[in-house]
Design a protein around this ligand. Structure first.
Ligand SMILES: [Zn+2]
Length: 434
């Protein structure tokens, strides 16, 4: 039935206007309705005359309007120009896609649809853009004005969204990670999602106001945990209320450091850690670590070639040796001063066999060529100056230019180049809880 109706409509439309074929061809119910409401005045007579098998549906509609139906054909034709019903823009849908800012103004793709059919720009409607200048990301306006068989105009908006941003680097630590990105130009802020799942469900959303930001650190996370993170930026619309977002950047995977506690000894990403927070058991350790001693020997040989004489004044210290040492400092200076310069038993790096005091534990060592050589070169052999100047709040110890710790060549170089202490690098504390 519907098919037959459409066929008749084609005949009718052909006699009215080529433009109508848009509707006829689509064949939807909505279109059929529009045709019957649009054409009767002008074409009802034709349909009646020219179509032997008249469609009941088409014929019935005009019959419900006796006043129109009683007119003769010539009068109806006269009236048709005056009463021709145009299709109002309110019956059309306007589809506009957001545009990603590219550095210059970009026109969006705009579709004006009527009943499933795309109308033609320039024939059926005109578009006028407002503010067609390079204003960057934001909300833009345009006016659609219908022409020909259509009428009405409407103002619409579309978004020029900011260019997407992704993380440039991610630094992980024991219980936090730092996300870095390059600041986007002319944006008002960023939104970061952190999810335990790769599909970004159960995510936490963080809003960072200010386009100049380039970093965010997420803290207090559990060890050995993996997260998925992504970022997008936004600008406010001209009213300062609605946020216009970029697309999301690439999803990055980020894991906090691997922390293992084996027989009471803590390893972070494989590196043994001892400080005021992390201790070793009383029975742990029996002498200098072989690798550490070998590295020292190599370093001392090289140093002597440079005219620098390095020797170990204190290497391995057992729990009970440290017990005596610490108590000596306590009786001499009191607990708070002792804690600045001497570890409590179980908290001394010397018990690990990985640390050594070189040449002298007197502050006069600081100004010697040996101290300077050690400071500049020990990383080449896998050592770090464990308690640098100005980092007492972080390491828990006053500056000790003589105390070196073996961490292996790779980590030593990374720490030397970054200027970070072990505490900063792994994101850990050094604080007694007793
Ligand atoms: Zn030491």
């Amino acid at each position: 039935m519907k098919r037959k109706f459409c066929l008749i409509a084609v005949v009718i439309a052909g006699s009215v206007a080529a433009g109508l074929s848009y509707y006829v061809n689509s064949g939807s119910k909505a279109d059929a309705h529009i045709i019957s409401s649009y054409v009767p005045d002008k074409t009802y007579g034709n349909a009646g005359i020219g179509t032997e098998k008249s469609s009941g549906e088409l014929l019935e509609k005009p019959l419900k309007k006796p006043s129109e139906n009683s007119h003769d054909i010539s009068r109806e034709e006269e009236q048709s120009d005056k009463t021709e019903e145009k299709i109002n823009i309110s019956e059309c849908s306007i589809i506009v896609d957001d545009v990603e800012y590219s550095g210059e103004f970009t026109e969006p793709s705009i579709k004006v649809m009527h009943g499933g059919t795309a109308l033609k720009c320039g024939t059926d409607y005109e578009i006028e853009f407002d503010g067609k200048t390079d204003r960057g990301a934001g909300k833009y306006y345009f006016t659609v004005t219908m022409t020909d068989k259509y009428e009405g105009s409407i103002e619409k908006s579309y978004n020029v969204i900011p260019q997407r941003v992704s993380f440039s680097s991610v630094n992980t630590r024991v219980s936090d990670f730092e996300l870095n990105w390059t600041a986007s130009e002319n944006v008002d802020g960023y939104e970061i999602e952190i999810s335990p799942n790769s599909d970004m469900t159960e995510q936490e959303t963080l809003v960072i106001e200010g386009g100049d930001n380039t970093s965010y650190t997420k803290t207090k996370l559990p060890w050995n945990s993996t997260y998925y993170v992504r970022i997008r930026n936004y600008v406010y619309d001209e009213n300062g209320t609605e946020k216009i977002y970029s697309l999301w950047g690439d999803i990055e995977t980020v894991s906090t450091k691997q922390v293992e506690v084996i027989d009471g000894v803590t390893y972070i990403d494989g590196t043994l850690i001892v400080n005021k927070t992390y201790s070793v058991p009383e029975y742990y350790g029996s002498g200098l670590d072989e690798d550490a001693l070998g590295a020292f020997t190599e370093m001392a040989d090289q140093a002597s070639a440079d005219g620098i004489y390095l020797y170990i004044v204190s290497g391995f210290r057992s729990y009970w040796t440290q017990y005596s040492t610490y108590n000596y400092f306590c009786s001499e200076r009191g607990i708070s001063q002792a804690d600045r310069v001497s570890a409590r038993p179980g908290h001394s790096e010397h018990q690990t066999g990985l640390s050594m005091d070189i040449n002298s534990t007197s502050f006069s060592f600081e100004d010697t060529p040996e101290a300077q050589w050690l400071d500049e070169n020990c990383w080449r052999y896998g050592f770090i100056i464990r308690y640098p100047r100005g980092k007492e709040e972080i390491t828990g110890y006053a500056y000790e230019p003589w105390h070196i710790r073996y961490v292996g060549r790779e980590l030593a170089e990374e720490l030397y180049n970054s200027g970070l202490t072990l505490e900063e690098y792994f994101g850990i504390t050094s604080r007694y809880d007793y």
